[in-house]
Design a protein around this ligand. Structure first.
Ligand code: SF4
Length: 442
């Protein structure tokens, strides 16, 4: 029996791909082990930012000593990082013996077995066809969490935002057939999953490439009928977001959670144009206003980049202004980092790193204030929470999420995991709420 260790970096998409790799290997008789015992270490890595990529490089360096001593572990690099720099990693480290991009995870289990059976060649699965996709089954995955699951509804992205490497490493936008997604959802529901999150780089484009007319809101409506208790999705794109999605959410707010991640990226129309985002702040404002008028308990989060090439102090002030205006519940903020191969990496007007970092700090400070105010205002309210994990904060605490996707900590025993409870909020901090259970919600 071969032993593997799996390390995952990056977004939910990578976590889900990691779960699929784990399941496929376990189903073929492999055993999960620690890195020190493993025959193969699978590094499913991210390449969106330089920092994420550096984590994988630094992991790789650590296996040299055991490799010299025992000829183990062989390392498989998968995910976006493999597509982007996997060949360089394999050239530098002899223990990197398998490289496969995110569109080829279907080849991982068999490829690793061939490696274990003595194949001497290094494996590279980095097909250049951006529409090719070799997947692994999703519904049977060994999930880290029993109550929550993710389903990829579409692969890749066609948008080519100036700063983003996703279309290059994950390929073109390809929607999965709805019947396949819905069948997977039904299996998960039968397996006890209470909450499903539909994943895509741009969920609002879902269906545009299907042979028959089928939209994202059609998928949401059909998803509700699978019997799942809670249904979410991530990530939306302001240029493709349509009112019928809001209508679907409002119609079935008992299942479709009122939470949306709508990345604004910048508060300056000039920057949005350079970023190739294809919407204006005014377009964004219209969507937020529609969402908030139809979904009063909406949790609204966003992504924001500071220090994109050409960002002036005035552009940056516009970004601070939109944070004050829209008062997001959470902001995924990042300082721009150039990714080789993208348009913005070639532009001459790069913003110095110290300026970007100072701007990032300012964004984080402002957002902390806003989130604290929003969360403190929730004290005294009662919300329904799905308790889905043990809290990292210590014994006797569980954590869960509100429909609006806020983290709530409560004192509770593990027998309540996977249950819905009504919680009165007693404390609000910038990143989470604390509460006490007042009643079971079932
Ligand atoms: S929409 Fe833009 S930022 Fe999002 S994945 Fe596609 S290219 Fe990247």
């Amino acid at each position: 029996m071969y032993r593997f260790a799996l390390k995952v970096y990056g977004c939910q998409m990578n976590v889900y791909d990691g779960d699929k790799i784990r399941s496929a290997l376990v189903a073929r008789g492999w055993r999960e082990a620690s890195e020190d015992e493993a025959d193969v270490v699978v590094l499913n890595g991210c390449s969106i930012r330089d920092k994420a990529e550096q984590k994988v490089w630094s992991d790789l360096g650590r296996y040299g000593e055991r490799w010299a001593r025992e000829g183990k572990p062989s390392v498989a690099v998968t995910g976006c990082v493999a597509q982007n720099v996997g060949r360089r990693m394999a050239a530098r480290f002899p223990w990197v013996r398998f490289v496969s991009g995110p569109r080829h995870i279907g080849v991982v289990p068999e490829g690793l077995e061939r490696l274990m059976e003595g194949e001497r060649e290094k494996f590279f699965h980095l097909d250049d066809d951006p529409r090719a996709f070799l997947d692994l089954p999703g519904a049977t995955v060994e999930r880290v969490n029993r109550w929550k699951a993710f389903i990829t509804i579409a692969h890749g992205c066609d948008n080519f935002c100036s700063y983003c490497i996703v279309p290059y490493v994950r390929g073109r936008f390809v929607s999965r057939p709805p019947e396949e997604i819905l069948a997977e959802m039904r299996v998960l529901v039968m397996d006890g999953v209470q909450e499903i999150t539909l994943l895509g780089q741009n969920v609002d484009s879902y269906g545009q490439d299907l042979p028959t007319a089928y939209s994202f809101s059609d998928l949401l409506r059909a998803g509700v009928d699978t019997g799942v208790r809670r249904l979410r999705f991530v990530t939306s794109h302001p240029k493709d977001f349509t009112p019928d999605v809001v209508e679907a959410m409002a119609e079935r707010d008992d299942v479709l959670c009122p939470s949306v991640n709508l990345p604004i990226q910048s508060g300056s129309d000039g920057m949005l144009k350079r970023m190739n985002r294809r919407y204006t702040v005014e377009d964004f404002r219209r969507i937020v206003s529609l969402l908030r008028s139809r979904l009063p308990d909406l949790g609204l989060t966003t992504d924001l980049i500071v220090g994109h090439p050409g960002e002036t102090e005035e552009d940056f002030q516009d970004s601070l202004a939109v944070l004050r205006e829209f008062r997001f519940d959470l902001v995924h903020s990042a300082a721009y980092s150039p990714r080789q191969g993208t348009a913005a990496a070639l532009w001459a007007d790069q913003v110095p790193r110290d300026v970007s970092m100072a701007r990032l700090n300012e964004v984080n400070e402002l957002q902390k204030e806003i989130a604290t105010e929003i969360n403190r205002a929730l004290v005294g309210r009662t919300v329904v929470v799905l308790l889905d994990d043990v809290a990292p904060r210590g014994a006797g605490m569980l954590q869960g999420r509100t429909p609006s996707d806020k983290v709530v900590l409560v004192e509770a025993g593990e027998e309540l995991l996977g249950r819905f409870v009504s919680v009165e909020i007693t404390r609000g901090e910038s990143w989470c709420l604390t509460g006490r259970i007042v009643a079971p919600a079932e």
